[in-house]
Ligand binder design. Structure first.
Ligand code: CU
Length: 189
């Protein structure tokens, strides 16, 4: 009698333990998805190659990637290549920023069928007065440190602005000429 009753009790205890483990695993997975960083903020204070302050780019994690609010002045008018770069360092001729951020090993450019790199962004169009003010969404990067596409990986990240427009195709940087400005991505917390 006792034996018959105890079997379903034991089975239900095991079942309940299994459910609780499953719930913990799901909770852990939830914590490492980009959504866990929703609303997290970052910024990049942008300087020209010769060290002049050009303004800032503020970033916020959304459900669709990182939204950038760009407010810059003192840039040459026209279209300029604009990318996230691999290293959070803007020294000298700005080569310290490394290549375009590419943790997934893609090719460069929105017009490249093996692209884009996660650091690719659309060109910045600067007004005749040398100013640019816009919001732009990158669906490819995240501020979530646990993700492979994180801007906060071990060596950090930066944003680099180029002399000429990115043609969205040419390796390695869209034939955009010299690097003219740079800002290190820093956490706003
Ligand atoms: Cu670049």
């Amino acid at each position: 009698m006792l034996k018959i009753d105890s079997v379903p009790i034991a089975a239900s205890a095991i079942w309940s333990a299994a459910l609780s483990i499953a719930a913990s695993v799901l909770a852990l997975l939830w914590m490492v998805t980009p959504a866990a960083a929703l609303g997290e903020r970052a910024r990049a204070d942008v300087k020209s190659k010769d060290g002049k302050d050009l303004g800032s780019i503020e970033m916020v994690e959304t459900m669709a990637g990182v939204m950038l609010t760009v407010k810059l002045k003192g840039l040459p008018p026209g279209s300029h290549g604009f990318h996230f770069h691999d290293v959070g360092k803007c020294d000298g001729d700005l080569s310290s920023a490394g290549a375009i951020y590419n943790p997934l090993g893609a090719k460069h450019g929105f017009l490249n069928e093996e692209g884009p790199m996660v650091g690719d962004l659309s060109n910045l169009i600067v007004s005749a007065a040398g100013e640019v003010e816009l919001e732009i969404l990158s669906p490819f990067v995240t501020l979530n440190k646990a993700a492979e596409e994180s801007l906060f990986d071990a060596n950090g990240s930066s944003i680099v602005i180029f002399e000429k427009p990115d043609d969205y195709q040419s390796e390695p940087e869209g034939n955009a000429g010299q690097r003219i400005a740079c800002g290190v991505v820093t956490s706003s917390k």
